[in-house]
Write a protein that binds this ligand. Sequence first.
Ligand SMILES: NC(=O)c1ccc[n+]([C@@H]2O[C@H](COP(=O)([O-])OP(=O)(O)OC[C@H]3O[C@@H](n4cnc5c(N)ncnc54)[C@H](OP(=O)(O)O)[C@@H]3O)[C@@H](O)[C@H]2O)c1
Length: 270
Amino acid sequence: MITGASDGIGAAAARELAGPDVDLILVGRSADKLAKVTADTGAVGLTADFARLDDVRALAKEIADRTTSIDVLLNNAGGTFEPTPPTVDDHEPNFQINHLAPFLLTNLLHDRLAAAESGALVVNTSSIGNLIGRVDPTDLDFRRRRATQFRAYGTSKLENILFTRGIAKRWRDDGIVSAAVHPGAVASSFGRDSFVIGLLYRTPLKRLGPITPEQGAAALIDLVHRGADPDINGVYFSRHRARGPESRQAHDPELIDQLWTVSAELVGLD
Ligand SMILES: NC(=O)c1ccc[n+]([C@@H]2O[C@H](COP(=O)([O-])OP(=O)(O)OC[C@H]3O[C@@H](n4cnc5c(N)ncnc54)[C@H](OP(=O)(O)O)[C@@H]3O)[C@@H](O)[C@H]2O)c1
């Protein structure tokens, strides 16, 4: 199962992974965009807007109704968003779309992941941007702190690593393994609303740096091929290399637990 599969890295991963022996579920926000990828892959396509937590709950129910187990979940949907206005659920958008929604979805699919015969793998698409993140578990929605788009984005990508380590710690005995990955600077639709990223990624300047969505997806696909390998549990990859550059907060066991507990409270999980 791949989220953010209607475009960029997720769509490239879907096209690469599709095959007669693979049951793929693709999730996108825009039904029109997703339809092109499902047509190319023969996959099931489902839509949800992660800026609405009720959409995520309905999505999880639909997936649970359609499946008995999930081998691989790629939590890949996301992007950079203006920190205001808040979502309909009253959260800072980078926090909700990039962290809280996949946190809720993954928790609601826990039983399907735990039912995978050879263990399950959850891959969270993080970013080198985690280095500029700063998680304050008492202010996850940036109510007291000033949020710039990059700061809020980086913080959500740091939360992806903390969540990965929360899964690694809590769900090990259920046969569920989790890894996080920075896919590289990828010339996708990423940062579509950002002038700076647009300049670097979608003008002739892009020759200086960004890689293709297929090259970005290759880092995720490497992990898919490893499957529920205990050696990658809780590991953050920078493209194909284990132990990429991380914020010091990414290793804080207390913060890993606090983020999990507060996130669970915010979405009404036990
Ligand atoms: N590109 C980079 O340089 C880069 C670097 C580091 C990390 N990443 C991470 O890689 C992941 C994929 O990004 P990308 O580069 O492939 O960008 P992209 O081309 O913009 O694709 C983003 C995907 O996420 C979906 N999405 C965005 N907002 C959503 C929402 N509110 N609800 C549900 N789905 C939503 C998009 O759906 P729609 O098509 O409907 O908008 C699309 O399928 C993101 O998590 C991003 O943070 C990217």
